[in-house]
Design a protein around this ligand. Structure first.
Ligand code: ATP
Ligand code: MG
Length: 349
């Protein structure tokens, strides 16, 4: 298989974890005889420094023409006072790609159970995916306005917007434990009443998949008290923003979890859930979230399941030997941990 992948290393630990992700891609290329054309482009703070723009035209054009985009992290204190913000590049890129479905699998690894804020017997059962609507809702609806005395935001969802994200969640649940939990605030919000109605309609088309509705306040509690009940969670943009951050701390380190963002057509965007972690010393970042983002890309954009599973298995095997980066209490560096994962991949295939 031959694919064009745009690599946006970005800022902070971005370039280090991107280097690890690329090493994994090169190893997969060699072991399975694929050809991945990896094209580096400037993005975020790095692009502000070079061009005064977090998403330069050539970066955007490369992303739009690619088969998939791999992004590491953007931002950092250096650009806090800059006229342009690195994060604006991320919003503009998501918009240009039309990625409406943000997908975050959440698991707690056996080797890191003790790092989870959950009790071990609870942490063991965590295995769910948060599907967040990414392009609609209160962040993007109009009117918005503000005076000294009053401010207004608007929360709008169309039937079509709800339908496509809920459809995505049901298709995903069909490949997993066949349960969808739709999270809303239908006791108060009109947009949630429509959300619930459309979700019920979609469910009729997916026999064999259980649907439950949960109010967002109850869902926030359940994620801590009883996270094992969740398989696929689907929710609107603002609730998803908050719940996916809550979910991200369950694994014990932000360095563990990947994400994908999908459009109706065109390239998907894959990135670790963590940010640029500017406080970390050189070569200390945990590359697992990036490696898992690579695995998600191989699986979801290219259908390469065996390759994706091999990466996950290699990560698990290395963790089982007790090797880990410092965020997990270990002594490995980004590069030494990556070396072990590559060795393990080679040994497996
Ligand atoms: P951002 O503001 O850039 O979206 P954030 O505020 O959510 O990000 P991060 O910068 O991702 O947070 O990380 C918060 C802290 O978690 C970091 O300062 C770092 O100590 C730790 N951390 C995050 N990612 C990693 C990683 N890959 N490896 C090790 N530690 C990490
Ligand atoms: Mg940060």
């Amino acid at each position: 298989m031959e694919k064009q992948i745009v690599c946006l290393a970005g800022d902070g630990i971005g370039p280090e974890v991107m280097a690890a992700g690329k090493r994994v891609l090169h190893m997969i290329e060699r072991l399975y005889q694929h050809k991945f054309h990896l094209q580096d482009e400037l993005f975020g703070g790095a692009a502000i420094d070079a061009y005064g723009n977090p998403l330069p035209a050539r970066t955007l054009a490369a992303c739009l023409a690619s088969d998939a985009v791999l992004l590491a992290a953007v931002g950092g204190p250096r650009w806090d006072t800059a006229p342009e913000r690195p994060e604006k590049g991320l919003l503009a890129l998501r918009k240009a790609l039309g990625v409406y479905a943000n997908v975050r699998p959440v698991t707690v690894d056996e080797a890191t159970l003790h790092l989870s804020p959950l009790k071990e017997e609870c942490a063991k059962n965590v295995d769910f995916v948060v599907v967040r609507e990414l392009t609609g809702g209160i962040y993007f609806s109009y009117p918005k306005h503000r005076t000294n005395e009053q401010a207004t935001d608007t929360l709008t969802y169309s039937r079509r917007e709800v339908e496509r994200i809920v459809e995505y969640a049901f298709r995903l649940a069909a490949t997993r434990r066949k349960k969808v939990t739709s999270i809303d605030k239908a006791n108060v919000l009109e947009s949630s009443k429509l959300w619930r109605e459309v979700t019920e309609e979609v469910a009729l088309r997916y026999q064999g998949i259980a649907l439950e509705h949960l109010l967002v306040d109850a869902a926030a509690m359940e994620m801590i008290k009883n996270p094992g009940r969740f398989d696929v969670i689907v929710t609107e943009n603002l609730f998803g923003d908050i719940l996916s951050d809550e979910a991200s701390v369950l694994s014990g380190s932000l360095g563990m979890l990947p994400s994908a963002s999908h459009a109706e057509q065109g390239p998907s965007l894959y990135e670790p859930i963590h940010g640029s972690a500017p406080d970390l010393e050189a070569d200390r970042a945990n590359p697992i979230a990036m490696m898992r983002s690579v695995a998600m890309m191989l699986q979801q954009s290219f259908g390469l399941s065996a390759e994706a599973n091999a990466i996950e298995q290699a990560i698990q095997n290395v963790l089982k030997t007790g090797k880990a980066t410092s965020d997990l209490g270990g002594k490995e560096t980004t590069s030494s941990f990556t070396n072990y994962v590559l060795q393990e991949l080679e040994a497996q295939v």
